[in-house]
Design a protein around this ligand. Structure first.
Ligand code: 5GP
Ligand code: MN
Length: 376
C-alpha cells in the first residue's frame, strides 16, 4: 500500500531536477509549522510517560492535514520500514504524508509495500503542519535541508537520542523505532494491515540483527508474533533482507576481510574508496560488514571503517555488551545504541583508525583474555 498512491493527478508534489522536494499547495495554518516554533528552535516538549507522549503526538496528527515523514541519511531497515508504516498510519487517519529521504533506499528494502513512494531529495519545502522525524538525534542527521521551518515531532529509540525537537518521544527500550510506530498505531485505533505489519516486522528483524542483539527481549518476540498474525511473512521478509545479497557486496566483503586485524578483545577492518570502485559496490553493500569482526570468538568490540569519496571516514562500531560503543560514538560526534553505533570522522583512514583505537583500547584493557580467545 503506497501512501502516495491516492494523490490526484496534478498533485502539488513536485520533484525538482535540482534535488529539491517542493510541496507547493497551501494547507491550513494550524500554527504548528509557523516560524515561532520553527525547526525545533521554539518550544520543546517531552512527557514523563509513554501514554502522554503518544497522546500529544496523536493530537498533533489529528489537528494537522499534511505531514512530512523522514528519517536519517543512509536509511536502514528501521528507517525505511518505520517511515512507510507511519505513512500508512497517517493515510488511515485521513492525512496526507510525504515520505522523503536524503539517500536512496537500499535494494533489499525496495520490495517493501509503498517503498516506491519514498522520494529522494536534498531540500524540503511546503505547508506541512508538522514533520515526523524517526530515528534522528538532530535535524542534521536527516541530511535534508529546509526542516528548520517546521514543527518537528521526534520519535526515537537510540540510547544517544536527544530531545531536540518541538515534541519528543524517546523510548530507549524499544527494539526498533518501528515498535514505537506500532504502539502509536494501536493507540490511534488504526488497523495494522498486512502491509503495515510487513514494514514493522522488517524494522524489528533488522534492528535486532535477526533477534540477536541486546535489544531483543520477550516483548520483542511478542511484537513479532503480533505482526506475524497481522500478516507479516517472516520467511519472505528474511529472504528479502538476508538472502538477496548483491554479488558486489561479496567482492567488497573479500576486500574488507583482507584488511581484518585483531588485537586481543578488539577487531577491526576497513575498505578504501578504491575497494568500493573496484568492487562496483554501492553504499548499501557496506551494511553488516562490521559483523565479520564482532563475530570473532573473544572479541568484545569491533570497528569497520569506510573511506568516502570526499575522504571522510564512516565508522561503524559494534560490541557484545561489555563496551558501550554509543558513548564512544557520541564522544566523537555520532551516536547509536550501546551495542551498535556510528559516526563520521575526518580522514585519512589511518588517522581515523588511530582515533578509534585510542578510544577502544582502554575499554578492553581490564578484560582478561581467556584460554581459546586468542585463536585466530
Ligand atoms: P551503522 O553502524 O549500522 O551505520 O549504525 C549503527 C547504529 O548507530 C544505528 O542505530 C545508527 O542509527 C547509529 N548511527 C550510525 N551513524 C550515526 C551517526 O553519525 N550519528 C548518530 N547519531 N547515530 C548514528
Ligand atoms: Mn533503529
Amino acid at each position: 500500500m503506497n501512501p502516495m498512491e491516492d494523490k490526484p493527478a496534478g498533485s502539488p508534489i513536485d520533484r525538482k531536477p535540482g534535488g529539491e522536494f517542493n510541496h507547493t499547495a497551501a494547507g491550513p495554518d494550524l500554527g504548528l509549522g509557523s516560524a515561532q516554533t520553527a525547526g525545533a528552535a521554539g518550544s520543546r516538549r517531552s512527557f514523563p510517560n509513554q501514554g502522554e507522549s503518544i497522546a500529544a503526538i496523536l493530537d498533533v496528527i489529528r489537528r494537522g492535514e499534511r505531514f512530512l515523514v523522514c528519517s536519517h541519511s543512509r536509511p536502514d531497515g528501521d528507517a525505511v520500514g518505520s517511515m512507510l508504516a507511519t505513512g500508512m498510519l497517517l493515510q488511515q487517519m485521513g492525512k496526507r504524508a510525504d515520505l522523503v529521504t536524503a539517500d536512496r533506499i537500499p535494494n533489499i528494502y525496495r520490495e517493501l509495500p509503498g517503498a516506491e513512494g519514498i522520494r529522494c531529495a536534498m531540500r524540503v519545502h511546503g505547508p506541512y503542519d508538522a514533520v515526523i522525524m524517526l530515528e534522528c538525534d538532530s535535524l542534521d542527521r536527516t541530511r535534508l535541508r529546509g526542516l528548520e521551518a517546521f514543527f518537528v515531532v521526534n520519535i526515537d529509540h537510540h540510547s544517544t537520542g536527544r530531545e531536540f525537537a518541538n515534541l519528543n518521544w524517546i523510548d530507549r527500550e524499544g527494539a526498533s523505532v518501528g515498535e514505537l510506530v506500532y504502539r502509536l498505531a494501536k493507540a490511534a485505533g488504526a488497523t495494522v494491515t498486512p502491509e503495515m505489519a510487513t514494514c514493522l516486522y522488517t524494522t524489528v528483524l533488522t534492528d535486532t540483527g535477526g533477534f540477536c542483539y541486546g535489544n531483543t527481549q520477550a516483548s520483542t518476540f511478542e511484537l513479532a508474533r503480533e505482526l506475524t498474525l497481522a500478516g507479516a511473512d517472516p520467511l519472505r521478509i528474511a529472504q528479502e533482507v538476508y538472502f538477496s545479497t548483491a554479488s558486489s557486496k561479496l567482492l567488497l566483503l573479500g576486500a574488507a576481510l583482507s584488511n581484518l586485524k585483531r588485537d586481543g578483545r578488539l577487531a577491526w577492518l576497513w575498505i578504501t574508496h578504491q575497494d568500493m570502485v573496484r568492487s562496483c559496490a554501492a553504499e548499501e553493500d557496506c551494511e553488516g560488514i562490521v559483523n565479520y569482526a564482532i563475530c570473532i570468538a573473544g572479541v568484545e568490540a569491533a570497528a569497520f571503517l569506510r573511506e568516502l569519496p570526499e575522504r571522510t571516514i564512516r565508522l561503524s562500531l559494534r560490541s557484545k555488551g561489555r563496551v558501550d560503543v554509543a558513548a564512544i560514538a557520541a564522544r566523537l560526534g555520532g551516536g547509536g545504541h550501546e551495542n551498535a553505533a556510528g559516526v563520521t570522522l575526518e580522514g585519512p583512514l589511518h588517522r581515523a583508525l588511530d582515533e578509534i583505537l585510542v578510544e577502544l583500547r582502554p575499554q578492553v584493557a581490564e578484560m582478561a583474555v581467556e584460554p581459546g580467545d586468542g585463536r585466530s
